[in-house]
Unconditional design. Sequence first.
Length: 88
Amino acid sequence: MEILCKNLVRSILRVLLKEGKLYRGQLSEKVNKKGSVFQSTLAKLEEMGIIASEVEDKFGGKKWYWLTEKGRKVAEKLKEIEKILEEK
């Protein structure tokens, strides 16, 4: 559960909630993170069933990422929590 407290995870969930389905490179650019930390975070989220992915061969092996139904619920709840925490 502590993974959901990480800024990178919250950024990934926010972006995928807003954008829907993105290539890994697009997602990396939008959350301003790349490399092994980014990749291992995606792998962990996929292992948890929060995101899903698919390699699209016709575009040179680019990998798509999107929120699962479970991931959408988690992202929406995190958004609600962040909104409550921002209230004065």
